[in-house]
Design a protein around this ligand. Structure first.
Ligand code: GLN
Length: 512
């Protein structure tokens, strides 16, 4: 494997600037690594090598003239949730068929305008609904990490599983992801990468295929905290075309990393010590507390009393918004169509063949909680809970600057292991959904390993629009725990069982 793929974004940026390497070399090294890994990992569902080489060429021309842009020549993976002009964008759903957007999402547009290179579209749970990447219409993505002494395939987490797997396996320097209830932070924790979910409104949602509009937020998955700072700076912008994007200046996040944390007040919420929490996660959290004390921060016990209602409320609000957002997939406007005897039959056939089981479950729940008679009992009540959760955080942030919690209740689990009971899968989000319900920024940083050698993450939650403190505090964890370690590249020595891209032949055949 080329050492070029093992560079951080910051290192590659500096070497490109100094002309020690070219964008072409860097991109080619990634394409070669991607081709060698993707059959085993299924991290990319649409690799775009030709596009990548064209973009690298343009970068080399600019860099050659000394006119390099901030991200010139840096190869990235793009979650399939982002619309990319002329490149298939389906949110890994069969219902979008071979949909090719006629415009670019604002976030990816910002990255290209800064000179970054697109390696391809990464795998994800269908419409970002899931915590394991197993609901993708293109098959599961596999975690490059394996438990010590085992060759059992593990999930990379979800929904941004492909992005996390690609960054961990060194087939992207960094990747875009999105987080509605934990989909950046949980896969980052499962793959030993850094996942940053910014404040709601920090990045534009324009051109991101919608799941739950009041919760969805774009963010990066990277190998270091510094790289997350670099990515966020160039993903974030005020966008008049997204009425929920914030009209605020985008700070230089990298600069914040060198600020001292001495005197920083770190809150530890007692409600996150959930029943049945594994000793391993508890110890990790305690170790994290120790690192902050050593760095001169003050640890303060806080209370977020409505935490236990966050998960049930999320699983009302998110499906409700999804049922409304996904009503647009009717077989007429985008992607796949299955013909029927009349128009109603066509809608029904298209939707029943185009959506996967988990998406259908959410649409049924969402439609139910929004229906007359149940709206007040479920949806309005969940919104009230949301307000209470926000209030808990507001009160806590009167006393502390940031909050430290575990990122996930466990390390990565096996592919197919949690297929049966949806609630078991939903419990993965227990530490992350509160942040989305309150619209706050959060980061997951690799903090150690489980007993069988798998990565575990700690989460820092910050005040709205205070990503600087989140990053600065995240750096403390990285400094103490040690920077990103690469998993062993087993896919290079094994002819791994290929999990091929699959779209049901029915959907594919009738794609219009
Ligand atoms: N796992 C959560 C869900 O299934 C969160 C998904 C996300 O953040 N997109 O809804």
């Amino acid at each position: 494997m080329s050492e070029l793929t093992g560079l951080t974004l910051a290192e590659a940026r500096d070497r490109l600037k100094k002309k020690e390497i070219t964008a072409h070399e860097l991109t080619e090294a990634h394409i070669t690594a991607l081709e060698a890994a993707n059959t085993a990992l299924n991290a990319y569902i649409v690799p775009t090598p030709d596009k990548a080489l064209d973009m690298a060429k343009a970068s080399d021309e600019r860099l050659g003239k000394g006119k390099g842009l901030p991200l010139d020549g840096l190869p990235l993976g793009i979650k399939d949730l982002y619309c990319t002009e002329g490149v298939r964008s389906t949110a890994c759903s069969g219902i979008l068929g071979d949909f090719q957007p006629v415009y670019e999402s604002t976030v990816t547009q910002n990255l290209w305008a800064a000179g970054a290179v697109m390696l391809g579209k990464t795998n994800m749970d269908e419409f970002a609904m899931g915590s394991s990447n197993e609901t993708s219409a293109y098959g599961s993505c596999v975690n490059p990490w394996r438990a010590a002494g085992s060759d059992k395939p593990l999930v990379p987490g979800g929904s941004s599983g492909g992005s996390a797997s690609a960054v961990a396996a060194r087939i992207a320097l960094a990747a875009t992801a999105s987080d509605t209830g934990g989909s950046i932070r949980q896969p980052a924790a499962f793959t030993g990468t850094v996942g940053l979910k910014p404040t709601y409104g920090r990045c534009s949602r324009r051109g991101m295929i919608a799941f739950a509009s009041s919760l969805d937020q774009a963010g990066p998955i990277t190998r270091t905290v510094q790289d997350a700072a670099i990515m966020l700076r160039h993903m974030a912008s005020y966008d008049p075309k997204d009425s929920t994007s914030a009209n605020r200046k985008v700070p230089d996040y990298e600069k914040a990393l060198s600020e001292k944390v001495k005197g920083l007040k770190i809150g530890v919420p007692k409600e996150y010590r959930i029943d049945g929490m594994s000793a391993e996660i508890d110890e990790l959290w305690e170790r994290g507390i120790g690192w902050y004390k050593d760095a001169g921060a003050e640890i303060i016990e806080i209370s977020l009393p409505h935490t236990k209602y966050a998960l049930p409320a999320y699983y009302i609000v998110a499906p409700a918004e999804a049922s409304s957002n996904l009503a647009r997939y009717d077989g007429v406007r985008y992607g796949a169509r299955v013909n029927g005897k009349d128009i109603i039959d066509m809608y029904e056939e298209t939707r029943s063949h185009g959506f996967g089981a988990e998406v259908k479950r959410r649409l049924l729940i969402g439609t139910y909680v929004l229906s007359a008679g149940y709206y007040d009992a479920y949806y309005i009540k969940a919104q009230k809970v949301r307000t209470l959760i926000q209030r808990d955080f507001n009160e806590a942030f009167g006393k502390v600057d940031a909050i430290l919690t575990p990122a996930t209740p466990s390390a990565a689990f096996g592919v197919g292991e949690k297929g049966g009971d949806p609630i078991e899968m939903y419990l993965n989000d227990i530490f992350t959904v509160t942040v989305n319900m309150a619209g706050l920024p959060g980061i997951s940083v690799p903090a150690g390993r489980s007993g069988d050698g798998l990565p575990l993450g700690l989460q820092i939650i910050g005040k709205a629009f205070d990503e600087e403190t989140v990053l600065k505090a995240g750096q403390v964890i990285e400094d103490a725990a040690g920077r990103y370690e690469a998993p062993e590249a087993w896919w290079l020595s094994e002819t791994a069982p290929a999990k091929k891209a699959k779209v049901t032949s029915k959907t594919k055949a009738k794609t219009s």
